[in-house]
Ligand binder design. Structure first.
Ligand code: KDG
Ligand code: MG
Length: 404
């Protein structure tokens, strides 16, 4: 079935989302998420100006050929903007295929390999006591895995904390210009084991405990952190060092048995090739929407399976419900699935995106609606126009820049 149009919808229901809508000659529509936090309009332009004109007239069922055409045909390959744009096209085409044959995307991928997708929730607090309340709330809701982050004493701000009044969702891209945060590694390294100890003392070991370091340590600092957390049996520590340095993980690995996860900022299989084939990580966290879509991420997960690396896809609120649904369809089918991040979305996102995924007892399911199971209400989207917003940046105590 030929593609007749491809349109980009930019909307800000609580935060900015970029959505690609592809339509075929029989009127079937498919959605793909093209959101790149803080750089949204670059992907919108890449799609509108350079990709949408190439799609019209193509056979929507030739998903592999269109993927290769956009990847190899661009000459300038890889990178978050290009791979997010390709991902949006890919997911929209899977959505169309599912709707045309009347099956959910997970069935097109060979069918479910499990009954549900274990997700982790996001507990956080301005103090350890607040954090404990937050962890308790997630366990009460049935979560089997919880990520914990709390304010580091002595620092004005800390990554990963809920904004008051936003329920269980945190949203760091909240300012028209990037906010300066202050980072001090020694304060963090002292605090992190205290935080985990408090959580395990209060709630025991009957659930999975996760933590995001968000790219802030050197390899040796990360190794020290990993060791100091060993008694608390972490499910993983995430992004211990800046992710582009694959060799850093070899050093961390030599010194600690705490499992390692990385990948939310990766875009292609080449970004994680050595990490996987040299078994330097335990979980690969790449997302459908920043890594070339279902077609490419599937290949990465298959490579990971060969080397005993499990999946743990990024699922922050800055990935739209469209990519979250796509992640759930893929998660349901891969043999080496590990866990899926679930942050939820700020309201009024649910006015714009109608979803069919469900949560019960710590597991999610994408639902059995044809395609991805997400629809966009374009009138509602138009009520929430784009707002320029940036992620924060980090500076050390001496004012120099640090990774955020
Ligand atoms: O846009 C940046 C966020 O997606 C990121 O800060 C969230 O690290 C993150 C996570 O693990 O969810
Ligand atoms: Mg992260």
């Amino acid at each position: 079935m030929r593609i007749t149009s491809a349109d980009v919808i930019v909307t800000c229901p609580g935060r900015n989302y970029v959505t690609l809508k592809i339509t075929t000659e029989d009127g079937t529509t498919g959605l793909g998420d093209a959101t790149l936090n803080g750089r949204e309009l670059s992907v919108a332009s890449y799609l509108r100006d350079h990709v949408c004109p190439l799609l019209v007239g193509r056979d929507s069922g030739r998903i592999n050929d269109i993927w290769q055409y956009l990847y190899r045909g661009a000459y300038w390959r890889r990178g978050p903007v290009t791979m997010t744009a390709i991902a949006a096209v890919d997911c929209a085409l899977w959505d169309i295929l599912g709707k045309r044959v009347g099956k959910p995307v997970h069935q097109l991928l060979g069918g479910a390999a499990r009954d549900g997708v274990m997700v982790y929730g996001h507990a956080s607090g301005q103090s350890v006591d607040d954090l404990l309340d937050s962890v308790g709330g997630f366990l009460d809701q049935g979560y089997r895995a919880v990520r914990v982050q709390a304010a580091v004493p002595g620092l004005e701000s800390t990554y990963g904390l809920h904004h008051p009044g936003t329920g269980h969702t945190y949203e760091p891209a909240d300012a028209a210009m990037p906010t300066d945060n202050v980072w001090h590694t020694p304060a963090y390294l002292d605090f992190a084991p205290e935080m985990m100890k408090a959580v395990r003392e209060r709630f025991g070991y009957g659930f999975h405990l996760l933590h995001d370091v968000h790219h802030r340590l050197s390899p040796l600092e990360a190794a020290q952190l990993g060791r100091s957390l060993e008694p608390y049996r972490m499910f993983w520590i995430e992004d211990p060092t800046p992710a582009e340095d694959q060799e850093a993980f070899r050093t961390i690995r030599q010194h600690t048995t705490t499992p390692l996860a990385v990948g939310e900022v990766f875009n292609t299989i080449w970004d994680c090739q050595h990490l996987i084939t040299e078994r330097l990580i335990d979980y690969i966290r790449m997302s459908v929407s920043h890594s070339g879509g279902i077609t490419h991420l599937r290949r990465i997960f298959d490579l990971a399976d060969l080397y005993g690396v499990r999946t743990g896809s990024h699922g922050a609120g800055d990935l739209s419900p469209v990519s979250f649904a796509a992640a759930l369809h893929l998660d349901l089918t891969v043999p080496n699935f590990g866990i899926q991040e679930y942050m939820g979305h700020l309201e009024p996102a649910s006015e714009v995106f109608r979803t069919s995924y469900t949560f019960a007892d710590g597991y999610m399911h994408p639902g059995d609606a044809p395609g991805l199971g997400v629809e966009i209400d374009e009138e509602a989207a138009a009520r929430y126009p784009y707002e320029a917003r940036y992620l924060p940046v980090n500076r050390r105590l001496d004012g120099s820049m640090h990774d955020w």
